[in-house]
Design a protein around this ligand. Structure first.
Ligand code: S3P
Length: 171
């Protein structure tokens, strides 16, 4: 089984993914971390030195690689569903779950993290951050909404909800 967690930056894909993988005794892969260890560069440095287009190509390569792994929960980068036919690749290879949150909730969470690590959000602060997220999310949601499952990422028990879906053999 393969579970792909998708959603905007700050939606909790990595934290939730780790918990679900632990509980279900599955492997865990964070695609950003995979790209960083392959290139031995941070995502921010890859964007700065090689550009977003190259980053998206690397992300695509990693996706094709993990789409072959067995028994794994994959935390994808927030932009990955929106490039190439990545969403189709994920839907064919496994179960896709969209961790959905509102722009207000996302901006509250992201305000307290190092935005510098996320080049798409660099230089956006305060009200500007929420306005940007709202516009960006509107463009991305048509892709995210192609996921097989959608859960409320703001729910405290979102990991348990996913585990229950798997245990009920719905997934
Ligand atoms: C991005 C999200 C990031 C990372 C890169 C681009 C995006 O991953 O892949 O900074 O375009 O939304 P997270 O969603 O894990 O922050």
């Amino acid at each position: 089984m393969r579970i792909f967690l998708i959603g905007y930056m700050g939606s909790g894909k990595t934290t939730v993914g780790r918990k679900v993988a632990n509980k279900l005794n599955m492997g865990f892969v964070d695609m950003d971390a995979m790209i960083e260890s392959k290139l031995r560069k941070t995502v921010a440095d890859i964007f700065a030195e090689l550009g977003e287009e190259k980053f998206r190509a690397l992300e695509r390569e990693c996706l094709l690689e993990v789409a072959d792994y067995d028994d794994v929960v994959i935390s994808t980068g927030g932009g990955s569903p929106c490039f190439f036919d990545n969403m189709e690749v994920m839907n064919r290879a496994g179960e896709t779950i969209y961790l959905s949150l509102t722009p207000t909730e996302l901006s509250k969470r992201l305000r307290h993290t190092a935005i510098r690590k996320r080049p798409i959000l660099a230089d956006r602060q305060g009200d500007d951050l929420e306005t940007f997220i709202a516009a960006n999310l509107e463009k991305r949601e048509p892709f995210y909404n192609r996921a097989a499952w959608k859960v409320n990422g703001a729910d405290k028990d979102v990991d348990q909800q996913i585990i229950r879906l798997v245990e009920a053999r719905k997934i």
